[in-house]
Design a protein around this ligand. Structure first.
Ligand SMILES: Nc1nc2c(c(=O)[nH]1)N[C@H]1C(S)=C(S)[C@@H](COP(=O)(O)OP(=O)(O)OC[C@H]3O[C@@H](n4cnc5c(=O)[nH]c(N)nc54)[C@H](O)[C@@H]3O)O[C@H]1N2
Ligand SMILES: Nc1nc2c(c(=O)[nH]1)N[C@H]1C(S)=C(S)[C@@H](COP(=O)(O)OP(=O)(O)OC[C@H]3O[C@@H](n4cnc5c(=O)[nH]c(N)nc54)[C@H](O)[C@@H]3O)O[C@H]1N2
Ligand code: SF4
Ligand SMILES: [Mo]
Length: 704
């Protein structure tokens, strides 16, 4: 055989939200290599370990290649393969049945973190008349999105290209996670050009190691710190008085509100030295240009929204809002994308008012999302109404949603569950119908970022798998709402792009279109809030029954029995619950890890690499992980890997035994967003027998 013919296709990576330019090498049409695209104007050739693992997705023997219909009891894993027509017919039949018996709201769609087809899921829900789309919005992106939108009428992004003098990274591990669809390359380059870095994180991360100042606070106390910084800015006159006078409302009440958060009080709450708090405040406030990158570390507790709201206030007070090197609002490009494509106009007010959790968590409900715990309660109690069917497009709720016990009970109680996924996850195993989804390498997608629009083009196919967009078109036609969709995916992509005057085929050739950045757009038209000003005190929220000003709610206290504050975080080489079965990412990382301080380890007789159990209740089973002993955390703090499951285990319980959400719950919720306490949770920890070296079961160690 002669050498194969090699070609290279340019596309955009989707192993995380980031969107690095990727070059896929094809030999005789088969992908044989992948690397970063040096010509990409945002990633400049950067490519991480997950990106390099992309081709594993296509070659994995574990990929689902056939629609499956359940034959044994729910969760038994017994399925028979069927054709696509039969599978979609069966899903449509069950949804129609639920809608006819219990109303359209009895059908719920599930979606995990955004995979660039989220707007399709919402469009289907709206067209069918159900207000219920469940997902991790409440603990992920939306607390910061809504805090920012309600405070000043838009969502901001750090303007790294504008050379901030200081970047404040707060609960964000940007250099590892490339969160919010902005890769860390811009930050990396700004640091090289001299941006100084302040990091607020209970853990000394890779990002924190590069910081000029690291505020290693107690998990769950960020609102107090943020209010303390506001206090220092106002008390010392370190704010932009001109901007405040012209463009904000509520300064006087804010000023009085934050007096209680003096450095000594805040030090007592956060565990930080008062001097360090003052230094951070001065560094941030006196910089001529400064931005704040607020991350998911702040969004997973009952104070999520108010933490982000206080951070939005800091941005406004310092005049860094929409300013060069500050926090900039980007207007979207004129395509029918995330904003227009969901067609919220198709959902009647009457149906929208039925959204589960809508009266309890009003700000989350404004986004269209339902919080998992609200759905769990609704399914189990059948209140406010019966939830009958659910279709999940790309989520692993049994692992990712808080309170795995309640999640499992709720999923099991549904009349019908369908899951679309690339792999047989524990959640898919509970389904009646499993739909094999294609990976990003097998798709044509328009990818919308704040600063650019990119074409992700299909480079290969995996026989039997389909994109979620195609599944949704198939279901829409079967359910009588096909007229709200398009005959084909390409028609839809053309329609989405019509605002910029390109067809999909033309855009594929272009590959990448930059958005225009404009600073200080408020100068002419004001802010897009009700008052046209930045709402430092929010009268609209007050009218909805909330506090006009952000307040600090202390996290639950540790006890003698539960002496550690547990928080969880996302891993460098995995993406949420994904990639545990891919050789490139998982070959040296086969079990989850929990970081604990050497002093804690010594006291508990735990050595690095030992098996330990983390528990919420000494009398109930916890979760087992490998100890990673390191002074990157404080002696009373532990940081656990989020999102773990074991793809090799057939049994659902065994597969999910190390998922941290076995021990999280929804007892305390953020009143605005419904965010549960995934971070800042009191726990106990002890060594357990290691089945690999000590044989036997996972018994707790006799020393305990
Ligand atoms: N304790 C704790 N819990 C957490 C977190 C935490 O830090 N701690 N993080 C939270 C956050 S921020 C998030 S976003 C959630 C994530 O929660 P989820 O979104 O539920 O988790 P993912 O792993 O992203 O789920 C993706 C699933 O979709 C599949 N998939 C990937 N691509 C596609 C596709 O294109 N189509 C389809 N149909 N399937 C696809 C994957 O194989 C995987 O099984 O978890 C939340 N839960
Ligand atoms: N490699 C990789 N990239 C990812 C993901 C992934 O799983 N892996 N997931 C994607 C998703 S869905 C999301 S939402 C983003 C998340 O990306 P980020 O916003 O960076 O979130 P995390 O890395 O989960 O947490 C950020 C930091 O918060 C810290 N933290 C924990 N508790 C607290 C606290 O109480 N206060 C403060 N100040 N900090 C705290 C953690 O130690 C961690 O270093 O990343 C996305 N990108
Ligand atoms: S940072 Fe994200 S987009 Fe970039 S190569 Fe890694 S996984 Fe892909
Ligand atoms: Mo997320």
């Amino acid at each position: 055989m002669g050498p194969g013919r090699t070609t290279t296709v340019k596309t955009v990576c989707r192993m995380c939200h980031g969107g690095c330019g990727a070059l896929v090498e094809l030999t005789d049409g088969v992908p044989t290599g992948i690397s970063g695209d040096p010509e990409n104007p945002t990633s400049h050739g950067y490519f991480c370990i997950k990106g390099k693992a992309s081709l594993d997705l296509v070659s994995s023997p574990d990929r689902l290649r056939n629609p499956l219909v359940r034959t044994g009891p729910r969760g038994s894993g017994s399925f028979r393969p069927v054709g696509w027509e039969e599978a979609l017919d069966q899903v449509a039949r069950n949804l129609r049945n639920s809608m006819e018996r219990f109303g359209p709201e009895s059908v719920v769609f599930g979606q995990g973190t955004d995979r660039n087809y989220q707007e399709w899921v919402f469009r289907l829900a709206n067209a069918l008349g159900t207000p219920n789309v469940v997902g991790p919005a409440h603990v992920c992106f939306y607390p910061r999105v809504m805090a920012s939108i309600l405070t000043y009428g838009g969502f901001t992004f750090c303007d790294y290209a504008g050379d901030p003098e200081v970047a404040l990274l707060w609960g964000s591990n940007k250099l590892n996670t490339h969160s919010d669809g902005v890769i860390g390359v811009g930050l990396m380059r700004a640091l090289e050009r001299g941006t100084r870095l302040v990091v607020v994180d209970p853990r000394r991360t890779r990002t924190a190691r590069r910081a000029d100042l690291h505020l290693q606070l107690r998990p769950g106390t960020d609102t107090a710190l943020a209010l303390g910084l506001v206090h220092l800015l106002i008390a010392n006159g370190w704010y932009d008085a001109g901007f405040v006078a012209r463009h904000t409302s509520g300064f006087d009440v804010l000023e009085r509100h934050v007096r209680a958060y003096d450095p000594r009080t805040v030090a007592g709450i956060t565990g930080l030295e008062p001097d360090l708090i003052e230094t951070a405040a001065r560094m941030y406030a006196q910089a001529s240009r400064a931005c704040i990158e607020a991350g998911t570390g702040l969004s997973q507790c009952d104070n999520a929204f108010d933490t982000h709201r206080t951070i939005a206030v800091l941005t406004a007070l310092t005049g860094n809002l929409d300013a060069p090197g500050g926090d900039v609002i980007w207007d979207p490009m004129p395509i029918e994308g995330r904003r227009g494509f969901p067609r919220t106009d198709l959902l009647s007010e009457e149906q929208a008012a039925k959204r589960i959790g809508g009266t309890a968590h009003k700000v989350l409900s404004m986004t269209g999302w339902v919080a998992p715990a609200d759905l769990q309660e609704a399914i189990l109690s059948e209140r406010p109404y019966r939830v009958s069917s659910m279709v999940v497009f790309g989520s692993n709720p049994l692992v990712s949603h808080e309170n795995a016990t309640a999640t499992r009970a709720a999923l099991a109680k549904l009349d019908f569950l369908a899951v679309a996924d690339m792999f047989m996850t524990p959640s898919a195993k509970l389904a009646d119908v499993v739909l094999p989804a294609s990976s990003w390498l097998e798709r044509d997608q328009i990818v919308e970022f704040n600063s650019y629009l990119a074409a992700r083009q299909r480079v290969t196919t995996v026989e039997g798998a389909r994109s979620d967009e195609e599944m949704i078109i198939g279901l829409a036609h079967r359910l009588g709402v096909g007229h709200h969709f398009y005959p084909s995916l390409e028609d839809a992509l053309d329609a989405k792009l019509s605002g910029i005057g390109l067809t999909w085929r033309q855009f594929k050739e272009v590959g990448h279109l930059p958005n225009t950045k404009q600073y200080r757009k408020y100068a002419d038209a004001g802010f897009r809030t009700r008052s046209g000003r930045v709402e430092l005190a929010h009268r609209g929220l007050e009218a909805m029954g909330y506090d006009a000003l952000p307040t600090f709610r202390p996290p639950p206290a540790t006890t003698d029995e539960l002496p550690f504050v547990m928080t969880s975080a996302h891993n460098l080489q995995f993406f949420n619950t994904e990639f545990r079965q891919l050789p490139t990412t998982a070959h040296r990382y086969r079990e989850p890890r929990v970081t604990l301080h050497p002093r804690a380890a010594e006291r508990l007789e735990v050595a690095d690499g030992d098996q330990v159990e983390i528990y919420r209740d000494p009398d109930r089973p916890g979760v087992v992980m490998r100890a990673q002993v390191s002074d990157a955390v404080a002696p009373d703090v532990i940081v656990a890997d989020a999102g773990w499951w074991y793809p090799d285990e057939d049994d659902i319980d065994a597969a999910t035994r190390s998922s941290i959400n076995r021990i999280t719950d929804s007892d305390r919720r953020d009143p605005y967003m419904g965010s549960s306490m995934l971070r800042g949770v009191p726990v106990g920890l002890c060594r357990v027998a290691d089945p690999q070296t000590e044989g036997g079961a996972h018994g707790r160690h006799p020393g305990h």
